[in-house]
Write a protein that binds this ligand. Structure first.
Ligand code: NAI
Ligand code: MG
Length: 347
């Protein structure tokens, strides 16, 4: 039987265009002959918004549904008012496609810079809830712009939403050698949501006797990310805590040029979306300076999600080998790094 991948590509803005080209190069190189890759590019982002005023028209949202997965570069530019593209495009996609798992692996590869002394062994993955918490737009403001302004931004937590992300995290922990899962929340202060998370976590834990569990308040977790990152294997947490923690995780594991992510709908009702954690980097856009590695690692997550485990591992091994041979003195262009990785995965 012939296999195929029908991929939607959203290069987006700034370096998004440059790094996605390298991601596709490596994807083409790693796929076996019998896998037919079809790609369709979508013109979405800041440029489109400036031209037409549109963020994500319904027709394109519908068309995106027909793909097996989405590869996204980066969306945004300082010339677009804050929130327009985040709410109108990125969050809209996450909610419409029910991307309730935001997956962010953090690994300290050999020969990469970390601000942490002593190069601890870092290899953990954050499973961040993607559709609830304070990110649902459940809020408003009264007497806006006056000294008496009132603003609310309600954190939404449903038992359904919490249980499905907690279950996914237990599955991921159970599949890893260390089988350890840490719940991060703030249940000493955020008692209603926090206790629900903890109760559901404890209930699901009884079904996974081989998984060691742990709980940390989010403030304590930030300390351990820096002082003892090796203690973590899989972390499950809510949308806001996960957003902040994963930026810190990226900072201690070689920086934003290496951090990959997946917005995943494990039920496969809608396509999942894979993207580097970084943005459009207007300061270096168009200069061939962007590191495409985060995008290439996002392609590995994409392949793993679609069942191409061997190919995902080949990409990760290629990245590891490429990083091991990098020296700080010679800098390569975006294109050269992409070429080097494509050669390695094709071997
Ligand atoms: P950014 O991630 O674009 O850049 C932060 C710093 O990291 C810059 O100095 C940049 O040059 C550097 N950097 C980022 N990616 C790099 C790479 N692959 N290789 C080498 N250096 C890299 O974050 P910033 O500047 O806050 O945001 C710029 C724009 O991107 C904004 O419009 C923002 O809204 C948008 N953005 C979009 C995201 C997305 O599409 N998911 C995520 C974050 C920001
Ligand atoms: Mg963020």
């Amino acid at each position: 039987m012939s296999r195929s991948i029908n991929l939607a590509v959203i290069p987006g803005d700034g370096i998004g265009q440059e790094v996605v080209a390298q991601g596709l190069k490596v994807l083409n190189a790693v796929l076996p002959q019998d896998v037919k890759l079809e790609t369709k590019e979508y013109d979405l982002g800041a440029q489109r918004w400036h031209r037409t005023g549109e963020t994500l028209p319904d027709a394109e949202l519908e068309a995106l549904k027909g793909h097996d997965a989405i590869l996204l570069g980066a969306i945004g530019d300082p010339s677009v008012p804050s929130g327009v593209l985040e709410r109108g495009l990125l969050l809209k996609l996450r909610f419409a496609f029910d991307h309730f798992i935001n997956l962010r692996p953090s690994k300290l590869f050999p020969n990469t810079a970390t601000p942490l002394a002593g190069r601890p062994d870092i290899d953990f993955v954050v499973v961040r809830e993607g559709t609830e918490g304070p990110y649902t737009g459940n809020g408003g403001s009264l007497r806006t712009g006056t000294p008496a302004e009132v603003a609310t931004e309600v954190s939404v937590n449903t038992a359904y939403g919490v249980e499905r992300v907690v279950r996914d995290a237990f599955e991921r922990a159970n599949a890893r050698p260390r089988k350890k899962l840490t719940l991060v929340h703030k249940n000493n202060v955020l008692v209603y949501a926090g206790h629900m998370w903890k109760n559901i976590f404890d209930k699901v834990a009884t079904e996974y006797p081989e998984v060691t569990t742990d709980y940390l308040h989010v403030d304590a977790a930030t300390i351990f990310f820096v002082t003892q990152p090796e203690r973590f294997d899989v972390i499950v947490t809510d949308n806001l805590f996960g957003d902040i923690l994963t930026d810190l995780a990226a900072a201690v594991t070689g920086g934003i040029g290496l951090a990959a992510s997946g917005n995943i709908n494990p039920t496969d009702t809608f396509p999942s979306m894979f993207e580097p954690v970084h943005g459009s980097a207007p300061d270096i856009a168009g200069q061939g300076k962007a590191d495409p590695t985060a995008t290439v690692l996002s392609v590995a997550l994409l392949l793993r999600h679609l069942g191409y485990e061997a190919e995902a591992v080949r990409i990760e091994d290629a990245v590891s080998a490429d990083l091991a041979e990098r020296d700080g003195a010679t800098s390569r262009t975006t294109d050269q790094i992409g070429d080097a990785l494509a050669v390695r995965v094709a071997d």
